[in-house]
Each structure stands twice: as structure tokens, then as C-alpha cells.
Write a protein of this length. Sequence first.
Length: 212
Amino acid sequence: MNLTDKITITDHPLIQHKLTIMRKSTTGSKEFRALVSEIAMLMCYEATRDLPLTEVEIETPIQKTRKNVLAGKKLAFVPILRAGLGMVDGVLTLVPSARVGHIGLYRDPETLNPVEYYCKLPADIGEREVIVLDPMIATGGSAIDAITQIKKRGPKSIKFMGIIGAPEGLKALSEAHPDVEIYVAAMDERLNSHGYIVPGLGDAGDRIFGTK
């Protein structure tokens, strides 16, 4: 399978520049958090490119006219706790009217499998386009499980937006949910024996919240 046919790599120069700074081990938590938010905002522009529009009548200082606005504004962002929280402010900057749900997962250090401990989604999730947020796709287990849980609530559509993905995780996610569009800023080389992305940037949650 050609992974590049399954995902969109948002390789805009500004995103790549900010991502390189994020990767540096000397980048502190404050700057790291800001960079995650900024990259999420820039990536959200691409991920929302196909949002439906409708015409409304407005009046400019010159005359009345009909122009486009978002149709219904039914969008929900669902960060995977806890690292996904770092992306929320950035995406809400672009779409402040969106609802936000939360899914709590952690990776079992022995099996590397995701364990769910929390799920709270908007009550009208069935009327919404959903974008799942998580900076890293390593094994893909967390993303697969989160999307499986959301699908049970019957949203209109689901996309996944990350920052860095490993080929193994991207392949697993694409195979488990072939209907879900995937957006990342970079596809790295591989996973190491501990399930970390190489070269990666370390544990995104620890670096966002300063708990490393």
C-alpha cells in the first residue's frame, strides 16, 4: 500500500520550520506548547478545506450582495487526552464556534495497546463533522480506538489530524478506518523497540505539559 495515497502531508514551509524547532531537545515546554498550537492552526486550514458553504445576503458599504458562509457550522474537534489538548486552542482560533469533545486513552507500557478511561462527546455529535486531534501517530492504536468509539455515536464524518506519524501507525490507521481522511505534517522513518517515533520529538504530552 502506498501510504501517500491515503494521507495528506501538509508540508507548507511555515509548518516544516515550526516542526523542526519542536523536534529539538532544547525547546522548552512553553515554546513547544505554542508551536503545537500554531501548527494545529495552520493544518486546520487544509483539513477544513471541504467544509460546506451556503450563500447569504449581506450589505457592503457599496451595495447588497450574496456571498458564502459556512453551512450550519456543525463541526466538532475531539482531542485524544492528553497530548491532543495542545492542538485545541489553535484549531478553535480558526473555528471558534466548533464544539469540543474529549477521549481519554493511555498506552499500556507493556503491550503498547490503548486503554480508554474517558469519553465525552457533544450531545449532537450525529449532526457534526468530527476532526480527531493527536500530535503523534505511533502504533496507531489510540487513534484507531478513539475513532471506533466516535463512530458508535454516528457522526456525519470523521477526519484525523496529527503532526507526526510513523509509517506503521499510519498504515494501521488507514487499514482500520479506510473512510477517515488523515492529515499529518510529517511521516517519519519508523518506530523503535519502545514504540517511539524515530526521529520524532519524544513524548508530546510530556513536552507540552512539562512532565518529562
